[in-house]
Design a protein around this ligand. Structure first.
Ligand SMILES: *Cc1c(COP(=O)(O)O)cnc(C)c1O
Length: 355
C-alpha cells in the first residue's frame, strides 16, 4: 500500500498523475515513442509547454493581464540570483523569514545593496515579522510566502509602490490570493506542482528591461519570454508532469477547492497539536502557522522512541523535522489526502493513551 507521504520536498503528487506520467515515458500520445526521446520542438511537446504555461496563469487568475509564465531550470535557488540580475539596479528590500529568504538575500547582495527590512532570525524564524518599513526608493521588495523549514506562512502581503517579488515554492496553488499584486512569482516545482527539475516563473512583463547591466541569455527573463520558454532544451519530463498536476488541480476545482481542503487538513492537525499535551507547536503565533508545513515537537523527549515507531508502523513517511528546527514536520501539500492527516492524528492520540 502507498505510504502516507508527509515529505517536505520532493513530495507527494497525485497518484493519477504518476500513472499517466509513467505511461508517457513508455508511449507518449500513442506516438510509439517516449516523451523523453522526442524533439522538444515537436508539436506534441510544444503543446505540453503551451498548455502548462497557460494552466499556470489560469490557476493564478493572471491570464491576459500582462504576465508570462516560464518553466525554467536551476531550481528556486537560481531565481534567488536571476530575480536580482534582472531587477536590481541600486538597492532592493528583503524580508527575512527563514533559510530560503536568507539565501535569496545572500545571492542578491552580489548585485547591489540589500536592505533587510525585518528578520525573525533571533527567534529561529518561529514568527513572521509584521511591523517594518520598506524604503520607497527600493527597486523591488522580496518575500517568501511560506517558510517550508520553519512552518510559518505569510497571511498578508504589504502594499508596496514597487515590484513585489515572491518565492512561493512551497505554497503555490495552495490558496487563493490576489496574485495580480505580485510582479514576479517563482516556485521550484517539487513542492506542489511536479518533479524537481523545473521552476515556474510568473513575471509581469512591464517590470523587465529597466536595468542597465547586460544579462547572460540563460539568466534573462526577456530572452526566455521571447522564445516561449524554449530558449534551450526544456526539462521535458518535469514540465509534462507539472502540466498533468495543473490539469488534475483544474478537475478538482482549482486553487479555491485546494485551499478549502488544505484548510481542513491543517485545522485537523493543529487542533490535535494544541489539544494533546504530549505535543507543542513550533510557531510562536498561531496566525503565522503554515497550512502546508506544520512543525511541532514532543513536550518530552522521553516519548520519542514510542512516537517514532508508532508513526512508522502506521505507514507514515517523511515526518522528521528539518535539522535546523528538530522535532517533526508534517508537509500537507495539495495532493496529500485528508485521510493521511487523520492517520497521523490517530497516532498522536494513541501515543497519549499509551503515554
Ligand atoms: C525548497 C525551497 C527552495 C529551494 O528550491 P530549489 O528548487 O531546491 O532550489 C526555495 N525556496 C523555498 C521556499 C523552498 O521551499
Amino acid at each position: 500500500m502507498k505510504k502516507h507521504n508527509f515529505s517536505a520536498g520532493p513530495c507527494i503528487l497525485p497518484q493519477s498523475v504518476m500513472q499517466k506520467a509513467s505511461e508517457a515515458v513508455i508511449n507518449f500520445n500513442n506516438l510509439d515513442l517516449s516523451l523523453i526521446e522526442i524533439s522538444h520542438r515537436s508539436k506534441d511537446f510544444v503543446d505540453v509547454m503551451e498548455n502548462a504555461r497557460s494552466l499556470a496563469l489560469e490557476h493564478l487568475g493572471l491570464q491576459n493581464k500582462g504576465y508570462q509564465a516560464l518553466f525554467l531550470q536551476g531550481g528556486a535557488s537560481t531565481q534567488f540570483l536571476m530575480a536580482a540580475y534582472n531587477l536590481l539596479e541600486n538597492k532592493a528590500a528583503y524580508l527575512n523569514t527563514g533559510t530560503w529568504s536568507s539565501k535569496a538575500i545572500k545571492e542578491a547582495k552580489l548585485f547591489g545593496e540589500i536592505i533587510e527590512v525585518a528578520s525573525s532570525k533571533n527567534a529561529n524564524f518561529n514568527y513572521i515579522p509584521k511591523e517594518y518599513v520598506i524604503p520607497s526608493d527600493a527597486d523591488y521588495f522580496h518575500c517568501t510566502s511560506n517558510n517550508t523549514i520553519f512552518g510559518t506562512q505569510m497571511k498578508e502581503f504589504p502594499e508596496v509602490n514597487m515590484p513585489l517579488v515572491c518565492d512561493m515554492s512551497s505554497d503555490i496553488f495552495s490558496r487563493v490570493l490576489d496574485f495580480s499584486k505580485f510582479d514576479l512569482i517563482y516556485a521550484g516545482a517539487q513542492k506542489n506542482m511536479g518533479p524537481a527539475g523545473t521552476t515556474l516563473v510568473v513575471v509581469k512583463e512591464d517590470i523587465l528591461g529597466k536595468i542597465s547591466r547586460t544579462i547572460p541569455s540563460m539568466l534573462d527573463y526577456t530572452v526566455h519570454i521571447g522564445k516561449d520558454s524554449m530558449f534551450n532544451t526544456p526539462p521535458v519530463f518535469a514540465v509534462y508532469v507539472s502540466m498533468l498536476t495543473l490539469e488534475w488541480l483544474k478537475e478538482k476545482g482549482g486553487v479555491a477547492a485546494a485551499e478549502k481542503l488544505n484548510n481542513e487538513k491543517a485545522s485537523l492537525l493543529y487542533t490535535e497539536i494544541d489539544r494533546n499535551s504530549l505535543f507543542e507547536g513550533f510557531v510562536a503565533n498561531k496566525e503565522d502557522r503554515s497550512n502546508m508545513n506544520a512543525t511541532f515537537n514532543l513536550t518530552s523527549e522521553s516519548h520519542k522512541d514510542a512516537f517514532d515507531s508508532l508513526w512508522k508502523n502506521a505507514g507514515i513517511n517523511g515526518l522528521e523535522g528539518h535539522r535546523s528546527v528538530g522535532g517533526y514536520r508534517a508537509s500537507m501539500y495539495n495532493a496529500l489526502p485528508i485521510e493521511s492527516v487523520q492517520v497521523l492524528v490517530d497516532v498522536m492520540k494513541e501515543l497519549e493513551r499509551k503515554g
